[in-house]
Ligand binder design. Structure first.
Ligand SMILES: *Cc1c(COP(=O)(O)O)cnc(C)c1O
Length: 360
């Protein structure tokens, strides 16, 4: 609290990011970063862009990058909006699409926790819709369960932190039943094995799909994310952007992101390696007695029936392994574990074996 703050800061609960400590021999499985580096072509492009031309402002419309994203997904460049990480894109979505007088936003009770923060920041009333007992999102809650026209609907698919993916038919049904409000699908993890709702954009002009280069493109440090939607929605997002920061994506980021998007081979290879490691890790954790939710992401969400989640997280930390634990209702017994290389996963499982036998 400070007497210098704006009124609304008092009630704001900021998002808490996973920690990034600088400790030697640390195994970081807590923030869903990609275990393999970015495309070498992306690194080359960033180096090539580091010239005296940095004295100039970047292309404020990220034209080449938007065109490459549009080409990748069979869209028009006018349907693509890019920002400084998808968190910024999401902030503009909340600000530009969900602030509707007298209306309430619908989202799952368990999903990406940043959404709640944006609701308080932008004063958006929200109704949390409980996930089913198996932690899946129930489409009918957003169809029959509507009491009035909502301000919008948002969820991540695969959902965070559960990793569970939703069938495209369910998303289609939600979009159809809510044709006059934005239905935002945050696909931060979609490249690790879920179906993208981008396929539904032709039928439904209310769908907004958000992607990031932080996870499947291994560029969390570069801060690039994007949304694809109907051109009217993109025009609205551009209004917000140009009233906030006209140059959110710097020249180096535009160059690196463009090369990463174009390096299809590297992308396919590295995402498949993560998918394979995930399946192996899920299998190994199951063998150790964990209940592992079915994941389509680059992390698994798992609990051990005989061991407290917080205690396991602390015990792993003592062995220099970071995983994410959320002290939240319904999920406080779970660990969210980022999929690393096969070596990373082996180190995690070997350490877990020791912890589980010692504390039993
Ligand atoms: C990681 C993540 C983001 C944020 O990604 P950035 O592009 O790095 O800001 C958004 N949504 C979900 C669900 C995420 O897990």
């Amino acid at each position: 609290m400070s007497r210098f703050w704006s009124d609304h800061l008092v009630d704001l609960t900021p998002y808490v990011a996973g920690e990034q400590p600088k400790v030697a021999n640390l195994l970081k499985l807590n923030t869903n970063e990609h275990p393999y580096g970015p495309s070498p072509r992306a690194l080359d492009a960033i180096k090539a862009a580091a010239t005296e031309r940095l004295r100039l402002y970047p292309d404020n419309e990220s034209t080449a990058l938007r065109e490459a994203i549009a080409a990748l997904h069979g869209l028009d460049a006018g349907q693509v909006f890019v920002g400084n990480g998808s968190d910024e894109v999401l902030a503009h979505i909340f600000n530009g699409l969900f602030r509707r007088s007298g209306r309430t936003l619908l989202m799952p009770d368990i999903t990406y926790s940043f959404y709640r923060t944006y609701c308080t920041l932008y004063k958006i009333p929200v109704r949390l819709v409980p996930l089913a007992d198996d932690f899946s999102i129930r489409a009918r809650d957003y169809i029959d369960g509507r009491d009035a026209e909502p301000a919008g609907i948002i969820f991540s698919n695969p959902n965070a932190p559960t990793g569970i993916a939703m069938p495209l038919d369910d998303i289609r049904a939600i979009a159809r039943a809510n044709a006059d409000v934005p239905v935002v699908v945050d696909e931060a993890y979609v490249d690790f094995g879920a179906e993208s709702a981008i396929a539904l954009l032709k039928e439904h002009d209310n769908i907004v799909v958000v992607h990031t280069l932080s996870k499947s493109r291994s560029l969390a440090g570069l801060r690039v994310g994007f949304a694809v939607a109907g051109s009217q929605i993109v025009e609205g997002l551009n209004r917000v952007k140009d009233s906030f920061n006209s140059y959110p994506v710097d020249s180096l980021a535009q160059a690196g992101a463009l090369a990463a998007i174009q390096d299809t081979d590297y992308f396919e290879q590295t995402r498949q390696a993560v998918i394979d490691a995930r399946e192996q890790l899920a299998q190994q954790l199951t063998t150790l007695g964990f209940q592992v939710l079915p994941s389509r992401a680059n992390f698994v969400f798992a609990r051990h029936p005989a061991h407290d989640g917080a205690a396991l997280s602390r015990a792993l930390r003592a062995q220099n392994i970071l995983v994410r634990h959320f002290s939240l209702p319904r999920i406080d017994q779970f660990l969210r574990i980022t999929v690393g290389t096969p070596d990373d996963c082996a180190r995690l499982c070997n350490t877990l074996v020791k912890i589980l036998t010692k504390t039993h």
